[in-house]
Write a protein that binds this ligand. Structure first.
Ligand code: GLN
Ligand code: ZN
Length: 764
């Protein structure tokens, strides 16, 4: 075998899984129907790979919701609150763990935590481990997929499993004093059983994913790695093992990795070019197959085949065999470029999504196998293509370049200090203590979606569509007044996506129509492709803000997407440094901030959920990233006067590393995800240099649970006790877009009530 991929997109090219899941949750699809949609997606993926010429095909890379949850289920590592004993986990329990739902006695149970998958914007469910975790393995899912792949005529099979070290490192203790590493022994025995059954089913390879090795690996982790794989290697029967790493270079883990008694090692040479030098320094992977990740699984640009060829030639001399591979799973890119009406003809050949990347992997393997001469024509065409891209005028805007070059070295910021801004805003806004607000979006109703679809199909003209949107804004503003919220929003009905909406109005972006990528569960996003210099020809959101503001006397918050989030949630050009692209985005957004302010906006929120997401996995690289990321943010909000209150919002991340940077962002109020982490971050903020307002997101909008006034009050009271009453805001932990009004209305009513009680409780 010479060609493989880590995994394929699992939502289906037409988001088949999303539609199936949503009908299933609505009770309109049976278990069997849902399962068969999954089988269809898998079959198609195997066909695509086989047709492309990929000869080692992944199985068990599919998931109905999340692959980390699948690993927990496979290992029998379920939190005790689901009361699961032995045997297969049914779909009801599976989805309750993912989304919250009835436990064994029918009472509602909270879901597992949701957090981002390394530095991607995919989110995984965090397994909970405790002394009661029983680890009774249950490999039926993987085995079923092996059988299906065989029936579909796939060739050599590679089962994809999260490896034991990463599984433990990504889990959290179910109770405070428990150390998950205590479970390593029984966990490895569970893997031994799973591997034995995979071997029996005729699986050739098992890919054990150990992406934690690209972060800072502790001595403990490396010792556990060696111990675990020694045991797995000596157990038998088992498939051949490839220990797979991705999302960066493995650093200090290289020596341990190449020394493991397994048959294969996988390295990412796209996000981790340093792997080559590390591998050479470690003396190569002599007795092993090296799975060389040369085709980038995380970005969408056509591979530089000449560079890939060079790398493969060098890698060949460092291992006993080479398997050409992607850098990571292709689940992080859309299904295919071909035929996408949102991709202009001139741009399409520069791009490669999952299907095209599978073709690149197979082509490189052919070159390696049969001699590069056999693919010379393709290599030449690729050279020409890349040369054309480098000199294409559509990518370079001299005015934008001049503007970035003219910026002072440390960038620009707001002139007034945090303290001055606070006093100015107290007067200008006159808000009560513990002000209540939301993050921006209100539920996207069936009617709204229908109107959008009708407009797309040409059944509704632009004027009528705009009138519907205005009616929606009227309704949302009215509702917020009735609920008694203090700082209102317009509800974002015109935005189908917070990044795409702005990208569509900026120069330098293309918007693939079918370019869907899974974010978590059934949620998908369509990242824009940022190919050229960015600028803002016209105001993007001012009209909507002004309309909404005209409907109320209360402060109307304008909501924009920040430069780092635009960067992180797009597929970004790879021909200039990210910080330069970030500065271009920041200037475009600062133009919008200026115009909003000129139109009368006194509260402007610049969302940056993508900022913490972009933190490098290695600690020592973080300060460098934070320097240019906060510089870009400051630049974006630099036009905001002292009286204009600048908010930012971030969610689903580990905030400990960015606490220190909040003070550098020139923000007045920050809202953070907090409900699922029980406000753990808030204590950190109390002791940081940041002096502004904090809205710990006390209402978890990613769960179907409607929090009671009591629950919300308890969280607010905790925040007040940590931060004092003057800094706390009451708000949900993210936009309400995906929720239903039936849940949102009572939840917000409880939030307002809880804030009132907290005001009274604090005797304010
Ligand atoms: N303003 C956005 C919204 O409310 C923020 C979304 C996000 O943080 N992901 O939908
Ligand atoms: Zn959010």
């Amino acid at each position: 075998m010479t060609a493989t991929v880590h995994g394929m997109p699992r939502i289906g090219p037409g988001r088949e899984l999303k539609w199936a899941l949503e009908s299933y949750w609505a009770g309109k699809l049976s278990d069997a129907q849902l399962v068969s949609v999954g089988a269809g997606i898998r079959r198609r993926n195997w066909e695509t790979l086989t047709e492309a010429g990929v000869d080692l095909v992944p199985v068990n890379d599919f998931s109905l919701y999340d692959h980390v949850l699948d690993a927990a289920v496979m290992l029998g590592a379920l939190p005790p609150r689901w009361g699961h004993r032995d045997g297969p986990v049914n779909l009801a329990t599976y989805f309750s763990m993912a989304r919250g739902g009835a436990g064994p006695d029918g009472s509602p149970e909270p879901p597992l935590g949701l957090t981002k998958w390394f530095d991607t914007n995919y989110h995984y469910l965090v397994p909970e481990l405790g002394p009661a975790t029983s680890l009774r393995p249950q490999a039926s899912k993987a085995l079923g997929e092996v059988e299906e792949a065989r029936a579909a005529g796939a060739g050599a099979l590679k089962a994809v499993l999260l490896g034991p070290v990463s599984f433990l490192a990504l889990s959290r203790p179910g109770e405070a004093s428990f150390d998950p590493w205590r479970l390593m022994g029984p966990l490895v025995e569970a893997y031994v059983e799973v591997l034995a059954s995979l071997a029996e089913a005729g699986t050739d390879w098992v890919q054990l994913d150990e992406p934690v090795l690209v972060g800072d690996s502790s001595g403990l982790e490396l010792a556990e790695l060696e111990r675990a794989y020694r045991r797995l290697a000596e157990a038998g029967p088992r498939p051949k093992i490839v220990v797979s790493t991705y999302f960066g270079a493995v650093g200090e883990a290289m020596k341990a990795l190449v020394g493991l008694p397994v048959e294969g090692v996988g390295l990412d040479f796209c996000s981790g070019p340093a792997n080559l030098a590390l591998l050479e320094a470690a003396g190569g992977a002599r007795s092993k197959e090296l799975f060389v990740g040369v085709v980038d699984g995380r970005n969408v640009w056509a591979t530089d085949l000449a560079r890939a060829r060079q790398l493969l030639d060098r890698a060949s001399s460092l291992a006993s065999g080479v398997v050409v591979s992607t850098s990571c799973s292709l689940a992080h890119v859309p299904a295919r470029v071909g035929g996408d009406p949102g991709v202009p003809g001139w741009l399409a050949p520069w791009l490669a999504f999952a299907e095209e990347k599978a073709g690149e992997v197979a082509l490189l393997a052919r070159g390696l196998d049969q001699g590069w001469g056999s693919v010379e024509e393709v290599l030449q065409a690729n050279r020409d293509l890349l040369a054309a891209r480098r000199s294409d005028l559509r990518c370079a805007d001299p005015a934008v370049r001049r503007r970035v070059a003219a910026l002072p070295k440390d960038g620009q910021g707001r002139p007034a200090s945090a303290g001055e801004r606070r006093s100015a805003q107290e007067v200008a806004l006159g808000l009560p203590v513990l002000p209540t607000t939301t993050i921006g979006s209100f539920p996207q109703t069936k009617e709204l979606r229908a109107a959008r679809a009708a407009r797309r199909a040409g059944h509704l003209d632009e004027g009528a569509y705009q009138a519907r949107l205005r009616a929606e804004v009227d309704r949302v503003v009215g509702l917020q007044e009735e609920l008694g919220l203090d700082v209102l929003v317009h509800g974002e009905p015109e935005r189908d996506d917070m990044v795409r909406y702005f990208a569509a109005q900026l120069r330098g972006f293309a918007l693939p129509e079918a370019g869907w990528v899974q974010s978590y569960g059934s949620r998908c996003v369509r990242p824009p492709v940022l190919y050229g210099d960015v600028s803002r020809p016209e105001p993007m959101s001012v009209e909507w803000w002004a309309y909404a503001a005209s409907r109320t006397n209360r402060p109307m918050k304008a909501v924009l997407t920040g430069p780092l989030t635009m960067l992180r949630w797009s597929f970004v050009r790879d021909d200039q440094p990210f910080d330069e692209t970030a500065a271009q985005l920041a200037l475009a957004i600062s133009d919008e901030v200026s115009d909003l302010q000129a139109a009368g906006a006194r509260v402007i929120q610049v969302d940056e959920p993508g900022l913490p997401e972009g933190l490098p996995l290695r600690r020592r690289e973080r300060p460098g990233y934070l320097t240019w990321a906060t510089r870009a943010f400051r630049l974006a909000v630099a036009p905001a006067a002292a009286t204009t209150q600048v908010h930012t919002h971030m969610c689903y991340a580990d905030f400990s590393d960015i606490m220190g940077s909040l003070a550098d962002m020139d923000v007045d109020v920050v809202s953070l995800e907090a409900a699922r982490s029980h406000l753990d971050h808030v204590a950190g903020l109390a002791s940081s240099a940041y002096e502004g307002g904090i809205g710990p997101g006390v209402y978890d909008v990613h769960s179907t649970h409607v929090p009671s006034t009591g629950e919300l009050y308890a969280l607010l009271a905790k925040a007040v006790s940590e931060l004092g009453p003057d800094r706390v805001w009451a708000n949900p932990d993210c936009g309400l877009k995906t929720r239903r009004y039936e849940d949102v209305v009572p939840a917000l009513a409880h939030l307002v009530e809880a804030a009132h009680q907290a005001r009274a409780g604090a005797r304010l």
